[in-house]
Design a protein. Structure first.
Length: 157
């Protein structure tokens, strides 16, 4: 029998978000499920670390060719700066994946070096073909105030 106990250890100490990245173009694009209309940014005020993982999913071309972590002053991408970036890759098979991570100290330092005060981060992905897509996971790690449902059990409404 499956356990009925609600043990929130991972969800209590991490904020996990998952997205279907459908950029509808080949330029570097902040994670977006709808061709660039809605960008997915995470506010970092409550976390010490951020990670983004991307996996090639629906492919027409050679899939993911670059993964970056970018930071900005707000959730619309004002004053975007690159915090981390992968080397050029060819994630040309469904299931090929890569991951980048950074600390809030790195975000603060690189942002300040560029004259900004970034509080938001996002994954930015370049794909080989406009029809290529990726499954993406964001992880806000080591929260200042852990709490139940930091990651919700489901997003299904």
């Amino acid at each position: 029998m499956a356990s009925a106990q609600d043990s929130q250890k991972v969800r209590y100490e991490n904020k996990i978000e998952m997205w279907d990245h459908d950029p509808n173009g080949t330029s570097a694009t902040v994670v977006t499920p709808d061709g660039g209309t809605t960008q997915r940014w995470m506010h970092m005020a409550d976390f010490h670390y951020f990670a983004v993982a991307a996996m090639s999913s629906n492919l027409t071309g050679a899939g993911i060719s670059k993964l970056e972590i970018v930071a900005a002053d707000d959730a619309t991408g004002t004053n975007t700066v690159v915090i981390k970036e992968s080397a050029a890759v060819t994630a040309d098979a469904v299931g090929d994946w890569l991951i980048e991570e950074c600390s809030v100290e790195e975000i603060a330092q690189i942002s300040a070096d560029n004259g900004y005060s970034s509080a938001y981060v996002a994954g930015r992905i370049t794909v080989a073909n406009a029809a290529d897509e990726a499954a993406v996971m964001y992880l806000g790690y080591k929260p200042r105030h852990a709490r139940d449902d930091l990651t919700p059990e489901t997003t299904i409404s």
